[in-house]
Design a protein around this ligand. Sequence first.
Ligand code: SF4
Length: 229
Amino acid sequence: MDAIRIDFNRYPAQTRLFIDLCPLLLGPEITVSEDFRGNGLWMASPGGRRSRKMQKTSPRELAGRLTRKLETRPPPPAVLADLFSKVFDVPAWPGRDADDRMEGIWVDTQMSDFHCLQCGRCCRELEYCHQLLEKDYVNWVEAGRTDILEWVAVHRRCGKIMSFSIWIVPGTLTFAAECPWLRKADIDGIRRCDIHDVRPEICRQYPGTRKHARMTGCSAFSEKPAGNG
Ligand code: SF4
């Protein structure tokens, strides 16, 4: 459910998807349609022909409503699997865990087809400068990586670490134009990472799903890596 909530808020509003999910989450009696002038959405609430209420809404408000419903009344596994499948465009089905103790859903993530092209697009274009985790920071401190730590700003309140920013040009308050650890392209157009073995978790986790790759311009699922014919 966290994955679905993050997906709803991560990209430009996915209006068509939100409308399609309404019957699953809000029930068949609520219908949502796009304003014919392209100006928001109309939501029709239950009632007879006369008492039926039309309410103006927006894709973001609709996403908030769907998320609240998901959190306050988690759907049964079969519905959750259907929902997951629609949101992430991969097969999902209800089932129990390997120990047969917990009910939930199984997802075929299809991530085994991922082959990074090392184009460096994600390193250059995605917004991740405030997503360093404390464990990344601690790893670098423990490994004595002062060369990396020079590029990290630690935000504290009352002496307590609150958050981090990367990559800040040492001695300034300015973000670097691009990741300082990304090498220039070699002759094959490949861009290597100079801190690959100790890279932050946000870089390790990218892309989280096939959809995440598609929505953020990563071609790793659609093109073969150089040298693979
Ligand atoms: S954008 Fe995709 S293919 Fe390119 S470096 Fe990032 S993960 Fe690899």
